[in-house]
Design a protein around this ligand. Structure first.
Ligand SMILES: Nc1ncnc2c1ncn2[C@@H]1O[C@H](COP(=O)(O)OP(=O)(O)OP(=O)(O)O)[C@@H](O)[C@H]1O
Length: 587
């Protein structure tokens, strides 16, 4: 089976470039392009206005204050006021726009991940913990939202202000400008060198947040066992470990994220010092004036202040990109349950056939080894064998929860992989060992995935249930179809859950119905009732029954013994019993 473990895939995928990843992200939110452009225009206007400010102040001082033309001072004060008010409005406009973009992106991303999760096969869910997946859907997407809504435009604004200030610096005096901008080159090199390390630290931190979330989910799922065995300390210790790990990685990430700030700060002070010393030197040899040096220092401040901000923004960008990596790992996964082309049906084929099927959950361990058997229309088959022998695995391959590693499973003479999922699941009903019910009513659960009766009223549905001989089962529920079901809780018993799953499967009128230990939690009287219902199913329905209790399989037309990678015909009940006893002894 394919490797779907996200935490193993992550290390292999880490070499992807940031630009490529960013490009992929922008593709996903291309609908936001007009808003991004509007916000960009707003932030450019904002930066331009703020850059023009010092120049106009200088101009006012030189032209009007020194010549005592107070009318001009008033006019320029008015202009500056309007400029600053406009800057405030554009700033607000930008924040509002990007807040919306961030939230919509969060919405789109969560939808995209959830849709992807729905498409992925059972193998994916076997290999990943739900808690980690939840953390990806909730936490990692929010990191991206935070960057987009709070930091992106500030990021661009800061860069614009810097470019503007840089141009002013170089145009006033090239030599001094080059000297003043030299520390910025050092900053660039420092950032480029450190960024991969910072991103890695953030990735490790997000991974351990996912791990902690998985730990919480596991202990919440198993709280009864924890209490019954009084093993709260065990989970507390495990949680402590996960929490501690998370704390350590968070400190590591925090340190990495904050390393830019002091270095940027130091190098900007260094730049001021260079400008001051070199400027004084230039003045002393008559190449510069004191007035120019004063405005020069103010533009140097204009250049390096946003750079300091950029340090924080860059860290936020690294966190967002680490989150995006974790999200795109899910988005780029493809199911290994691919459809194959429809080949011609074999004539007079069995309803279902295993032809030299091999299958293993792990690469080098076959659970089923070169299995071949046929299931004919209208017959009842029983799968027996010791615990862990491979019965559920065989049934899972019949229902195509997994694909065979080698060999073929044929449904009505055609490769099962050539059927669209809807058609296949219509033909094959599977009552799982642990039936899963949704929160809602018995009716909601019975109608799940049922296209024929989905719009039926209660009265119509009750009629259908009676006609399908399921009336006595429904009668077991006090409030009938309206009985409340709460997912994951105990308001109905395990046996009752199995009955609902049974009604759900039978009402879909499958050609082949698999019952995996479907009567394991049901009393003998109800079990007999189920037996009677099974007998009244349409004559062409094929049944595959997996059971430990032998009385459930007495009426089978054929018994298969499943153990150690083999599925053998057991012939008579007596022979089956012998095989079971021997099989048990040999395991
Ligand atoms: N999701 C899985 N991932 C890895 N190994 C698995 C998985 N499910 C089952 N196995 C392994 O496959 C083997 C067969 O398991 P299977 O559930 O098919 O047995 P079974 O005959 O149905 O047992 P039982 O009677 O207890 O239900 C076991 O050794 C089990 O460890």
């Amino acid at each position: 089976m394919k490797n779907y473990n996200l935490n193993q895939i992550s290390s292999a995928g880490e070499k992807k470039s940031t630009l490529k990843a960013l490009n992929k992200l922008l593709q996903l939110i291309r609908a936001e392009r007009p808003n991004l452009l509007k916000a960009l225009a707003a932030i450019l206007l904002n930066s331009g206005l703020l850059l023009l400010g010092p120049y106009l102040v200088g101009h006012t001082i030189d032209t009007y204050i020194r010549t005592k033309q107070y009318h001009g001072v008033l006019v320029f004060s008015g202009i500056l006021l309007v400029m600053y008010l406009t800057a405030m409005v554009t700033g607000y406009f930008q924040t509002k726009l990007m807040g919306g973009v961030g939230q919509r992106m969060l919405f789109t991303l969560r939808n995209a991940i959830f849709t992807k999760l729905q498409e992925l096969p059972v193998g994916f869910f076997n290999q990943n913990k739900a808690g980690d997946l939840i953390s990806r859907v909730n936490n990692d997407t929010d990191k991206l939202n935070q960057f987009f809504s709070q930091s992106l435009m500030q990021f661009i604004g800061s860069i614009m202000t810097m470019i503007g200030a840089g141009i002013f610096l170089l145009s006033i005096n090239v030599k001094l400008g080059a000297a003043g901008l030299f520390p910025a080159v050092l900053i660039l090199v420092f950032t480029a060198l450190l960024s991969p390390w910072v991103k890695r630290k953030n990735a490790v931190n997000l991974k351990s947040t996912g791990g902690m979330s998985a730990e919480i989910q596991e202990s919440l799922n198993n709280f009864k066992v924890i209490i019954a065995f009084n093993r709260r300390d065990y989970f507390r210790k495990k949680f402590d470990q996960a929490n501690h790990e998370n704390y350590k990685t968070a400190i590591g990430a925090g340190l990495a994220n904050n390393i830019f700030m002091p270095v940027y700060g130091m190098l900007s002070s260094f730049a001021q010092l260079i400008v001051l010393l070199y400027g004084i030197h230039l003045i002393s040899i008559g190449e510069f004036s004191i007035g120019l040096l004063v405005s020069y220092l103010s533009y140097a401040t204009n250049f390096y202040n946003p750079l300091r901000q950029l340090a924080a923004l860059w860290a936020s960008f690294q966190v967002a990109m680490a989150g995006w990596d974790r999200i795109s790992q899910i988005l780029s996964l493809e199911t290994d349950l691919v459809a194959v082309e429809v080949a011609e049906e074999e004539k007079q084929a069995a309803l279902l056939e295993f032809r030299n099927v091999h299958f293993g959950y792990e690469q080098d361990r076959d659970i089923l080894h070169d299995i071949s058997f046929k299931l004919e229309k209208g017959k009842t088959y029983a799968l027996i064998g010791p615990t862990g022998g491979g019965k559920t695995t065989t049934a899972s391959l019949i229902a195509r929860l997994y694909d065979a590693g080698k060999g073929t499973v044929l449904l009505q003479g055609r490769d099962i992989r050539s059927y669209p999922a809807a058609e296949r699941s219509q033909k094959i009903g599977f009552i799982l060992q642990e039936p899963f019910l949704f929160s809602g009513t018995v009716k909601d659960n019975i109608l799940y995935g049922n296209e024929i009766y989905k719009d039926y009223s209660n009265a119509q549905l009750e009629e259908v249930i009676r006609e399908s001989n399921l009336g006595e089962l429904l009668a077991i529920f006090d409030e009938g179809l309206e009985t409340k079901v709460t997912s994951g809780s105990d308001n109905i018993s395990l046996g009752q859950k199995q009955l609902i799953a049974f009604m759900r499967a039978v009402l879909r009128k499958p050609d082949l119905l698999i019952l995996d230990e479907a009567t394991a939690n049901i009393d003998t009287v109800t079990e007999q009732l189920l037996g009677a219902i099974l007998k009244k199913l349409p004559a062409e329905t094929t049944l595959v029954i997996i059971a430990h209790r032998l009385n459930t399989i007495e009426n089978a037309d054929q018994i298969f013994f499943v153990n150690s990678g083999e599925v053998q015909k057991a012939g008579t009940m007596k022979h089956a019993m012998e095989m079971l006893l021997e099989g048990k002894r040999s395991t």
